[in-house]
Write a protein that binds this ligand. Sequence first.
Ligand SMILES: [Zn+2]
Length: 195
Amino acid sequence: MAGRVRAITLVGTPVLHQACRPVEEFDAALAELADDMFASMYAAKGVGLAGNQIGVDLRIFVYDCPDKEEVAHRGVVVNPVLELPPLDERHLDDSDEGCLSVPGPYAKLARPDRATVHGFDLKGDPVTVEGTGLLARCLQHETDHLEGKVYIDRLSTRSRKKVLKEYERLRAEAAEAAEAAEAAEAEASAAPDGQ
Ligand SMILES: [Zn+2]
């Protein structure tokens, strides 16, 4: 039940940029995948995670996310179908959005402030999740992932460039720090140890 923490797939990896396959078998392997997804989401301190974010191109996402009233909702949705309010009843929320697959930056992105997802649980029974606030954003963000769409695809060119630049800067910084740590370690082990 604990689940294994798996590496999060980063933007640019093909599996993140193509539509995922529908789940057909509601078996033990699917339950195990969901456990791994929860473990990976919590390890990365996310509020939602889609299958392709750990490299599995199946239509499944997990979430543990507060709604507008700060009430936490946790669950898994298989083969989700998103339903948004009709256009004339739609209110947009332009809060910040980020993504575990584009770690670091955030950007404002207007999305409907309510969303519903219809799908199935791990046993194949129908489930419906209704969300407001951050949960509404999460439901849209995760179903987007399963269509091969990352939130930055919805940003203006300028905003997307800014996000990617910041992401690349942080990646380069992290790589540099790792290299420095490695060099320091190599130096330490090369030092004479009296043998
Ligand atoms: Zn994401």
